[in-house]
Design a protein around this ligand. Structure first.
Ligand code: XMP
Length: 508
């Protein structure tokens, strides 16, 4: 198997997933365990990290690991650490680099097993501030970018490799090929693993075993994740699952109807609709800080659940948490918290309910595949993701009923126009943001001082990286005109043209 040493990168689990998909077993270990667990491994991968190698207390490993004769691939921080420990030099780059860079490997004279079948000039995805300026003895540079001299380095004899970019993110061209090449170097046979019917039946059997005859509450939101999680548990424990939909008032237009239609009709599930709009507005009153908003929403959800649990005797709570939610809420020892996803980091410590999160290990595309196997209708499977804290994280500043109303109207226009152009299905997400910025405008002959709505449209496959969508100008024109004409409070519409990283998809 492959050992993956986790230094806290946001993409550690994504690396693990890619390796698993290629048919190899992989074990994620902490830096302290690395030496012990490496014995018997075929290959070692060193992950990235939010830390810099020159920082005090930055995570490190036993240098002897490089003497074990096992092929090693260092990614980003992994490359820096390898260089620092083996006598190279790493500096704080004066220019931080996020997103695409062109990888040039044309200059290399020797062939490289790591770059086999990868042409020069591919796009590689970067997310770093530091860089290697001197490589250790025995190493050779085999690819560069315009700003990084040592983007890929190798010690051919020892089969030790370091790369500055992230082959695991979907936006790196030939990223999978690079990982395949590393596995081949490590002597592992490539065999793609699939999510199929048996795999899903195993998940259901696991839930059945662990839940037994207990009752569980499930928080349906109409989104893909909670729908798939609910169905998995429903298949496992049937009527012992109490499904509810909490109307927080932070949802989009028409959400409750879709939910009733699909679950009550299609699956004959009995759904309790709970009106908690007031509770959420009161809890959010005056809160501006995004993290506090998320925490307050998480807490209110749990309060409502605990009330239902008390009435029904349920001890368990099903949540549709997926892997990116876990990692952004800082799920590993060295990872930095990006945001507290309301169903992970936003939960109060004294929560009495025990969580069942059957999708905690999966990415969105995998969840959609599981949903398909379970027979979920297309209208749910192909829905764009919607954040647990709802529209509250799309309103910059405090959340009020009137701002929610404006945002809901703008969002509806965006959804309608995108559907008309048949573009909705190609996008990861498209939505409106209430920016909280007031600007001057003119309506008729009068001065207007009104709100600014931002449009965010993104393409992504794995949540960890994304491009802003290059929507046709005509469509943006139509959306903008409708928003300013139909919503009197708004007099300006802007388009967000930032990729992830460095921006996250949601504004908060
Ligand atoms: P970011 O903004 O972190 O979002 O780039 C990545 C994806 O996750 C969704 N998102 C959430 N989903 N609970 C959720 O269930 C949350 O708290 C949450 N925050 C963001 C977001 O809509 C995007 O698709």
């Amino acid at each position: 198997m492959i050992i993956l040493v986790d230094f806290g990168s946001q993409t550690t689990h994504l690396i693990a997933r890619r390796i698993k998909e290629l048919g190899s077993e992989i074990l994620i270990v902490t830096p302290d365990e690395a030496m012990e667990k490496a014995k018997g491994a075929r290959g070692i991968i060193l992950s990235g990290s939010p830390a810099g190698v020159y920082e005090e207390d930055s995570p490190t490993i036993d240098k002897k690991i490089f003497e074990l004769g096992i092929p090693i691939l260092g990614i980003c921080y992994g490359q820096h650490l390898m260089c620092q420990l083996l006598g190279g030099e790493v500096v704080l780059g004066n220019k931080k680099e996020y997103g695409p860079a062109i990888l040039n490997s044309e200059f290399r004279i020797q062939s490289s097993e790591l770059l086999k079948n990868i042409p020069s000039g591919i796009t590689a995805w970067m997310s770093h501030g530091d860089k290697v300026v001197k490589i250790p003895q025995g190493f050779e540079t085999i690819a560069q970018t315009e700003t990084i001299e040592h983007a890929v380095i190798e010690n051919k004899n020892k089969k030790i490799y370091g790369i500055q970019f992230h082959p695991e993110v979907i936006h790196t061209e030939f990223g999978e090929q690079l990982l395949k090449n590393f596995l081949t170097i490590a002597g592992i046979k490539i065999k793609k693993q699939e999510i199929n019917k048996e795999f899903v039946e195993d998940i259901i059997a696991d839930i059945k075993d662990s839940v037994g005859s207990e009752k569980a509450i499930c928080a349906l939101s109409g989104g893909v994740d909670s729908s798939v999680a609910a169905l998995l548990v429903y298949k496992a424990i049937g009527k012992n699952l109490i499904s509810c939909y909490i109307d927080s008032g932070l949802m989009r237009d028409g959400e409750t109807d879709i939910l009733k239609q699909v679950f009550a009709k299609h699956y004959n599930m009995d759904i309790k609709i709970i009106d908690a709009k007031k509770e959420f507005l009161i809890a959010l009153k005056g809160i501006v800080d995004p993290e506090l908003k998320r925490k307050s929403i998480g807490k209110t959800f749990i309060e409502v659940f605990e009330k239902i649990a008390k009435e029904s005797g349920a001890k368990l709570l099903v949540q549709g948490t997926i892997y990116p939610d876990v990692i952004e809420s800082a799920g590993s020892k060295y990872a930095h918290k990006i945001k507290s996803h309301h169903n992970v980091g936003g939960l109060p410590e004294d929560m009495k309910l025990i969580l069942i999160e059957p999708l905690r290990q999966f990415y969105k595309d995998e969840v959609r595949k599981i949903g398909q196997i379970l027979g979920l209708p297309k209208e749910i499977i192909s829905r764009q993701p919607f954040p647990g804290p709802g529209l509250a994280v799309r309103i910059i500043g405090d959340v009020t009923e009137s701002k929610l109303e404006v945002l809901r109207k703008a969002d509806k226009i965006i959804q309608e126009e995108t559907e008309k152009e048949d573009l909705y299905k190609n996008l990861w997400q498209i939505f409106a943001v209430f920016t909280g910025i007031k600007t001057t405008g003119v309506r008729g002959d009068n001065r207007a001082y009104g709100e600014t709505i931002a449009i965010r449209a993104i393409e992504s496959q794995d949540t960890m990286s994304a491009n802003f969508a290059k929507l046709p100008w005509e469509l943006l024109d139509k959306i903008s005109t409708r928003i300013v004409n139909e919503i009197k409070e708004v007099n300006r519409v802007v388009y967000d043209i930032t990729n992830k990283p460095p921006a996250t998809m949601e504004w908060e």
